[in-house]
Design a protein around this ligand. Structure first.
Ligand code: SAM
Length: 239
């Protein structure tokens, strides 16, 4: 059973260093070379980032708070976090993604100056799969990454991420409900030219069970949807 979905990680890494990098760099960027579906996904994803920033700020100032952004992509969350004074460790399995995130962080945080504004710290960037991360962070965030893995793998990832977090763990994943399962099936019947890797949906109850197993409970939950983007967003704390 261990090998069910085996190889996902290598396939995902290869994808996000090549075609997936090109596709998602555009979706997560600001340029208008995106199609309607990609633009819709860009808007949905930015809503997720906004919601996470709100969730985090609700608990007080982010200045000096350590945050691990696992699977940071192009830095969509890491950069706004750093702008709020958080001490961000941003990592991703894809070296291409990390390089892009680092470049964007320089542009957006330095804005052509030699030094950062007082109180701001450049995120620390690392190429690493999240399973290999170590250390302790006040808050661990992992957005839109679990979609690339089946539940069996996701369980282990959630458990590892929780072990790195002192206070909070924030996760987003594509919800497995009847409606979205049907939509996904339809999508699979008509693979477009820009078809992505395999996508896995996760039931909130399964994610909740994985958290409970390691002594965590869900404190906040939300659903973010646009026409083509669906994310369950949860904030977990120690039970
Ligand atoms: N979290 C970012 C965001 O929301 O803007 C990026 C989301 S993107 C859909 C998924 C990212 O997860 C990609 O950058 C990919 O390289 C990364 N990823 C996939 N599997 C990973 C793993 N096992 N460990 C770390 N990063 C991973």
């Amino acid at each position: 059973a261990e090998e069910v979905g085996g190889g996902d990680k290598e396939v995902v890494k290869e994808y996000f260093n090549n075609d997936g990098f090109q596709r998602w760099r555009r979706i997560y960027g600001e340029t208008d070379d995106v199609n309607k579906v990609q633009l819709d996904i860009r808007i949905g994803h930015s809503k997720t980032v906004e919601n996470v920033m709100k969730m985090l700020a609700d608990e007080g100032s982010l200045t000096g708070v350590t945050v691990c952004d696992a699977g940071c992509g192009t830095g969509s969350l890491s950069i706004p976090l750093a702008k709020e004074g958080a001490l961000v460790t941003a990592s991703d399995i894809s070296a291409a993604m990390v390089a892009e995130a680092e470049k964007k962080a320089r542009e957006e945080l330095l804005k052509g100056k030699d030094e950062l504004s007082p109180g701001l710290v450049m995120p620390k960037f690392e190429v690493s799969d999240l399973e290999s991360l170590s250390g302790k962070y006040n808050t661990v965030v992992c957005l839109d990454v679990l979609i690339h893995y089946p539940q069996s793998k996701a369980d282990a990832m959630i458990s590892h991420l929780a072990s790195l977090a002192e206070n909070r763990l924030i996760l987003s994943f594509a919800p497995k409900t009847f409606y979205y399962s049907v939509l996904k099936r339809i999508g699979e019947l008509f693979p477009g030219p820009s078809k992505a890797t395999r996508a896995y949906l996760h039931a909130e109850a399964d994610v909740e069970r994985a958290l409970q197993k390691v002594g965590w409970r869900i404190r906040k939950r939300g659903l973010i949807t646009t026409q083509f983007y669906f994310a369950n967003l949860i904030e977990a704390v120690r039970a």
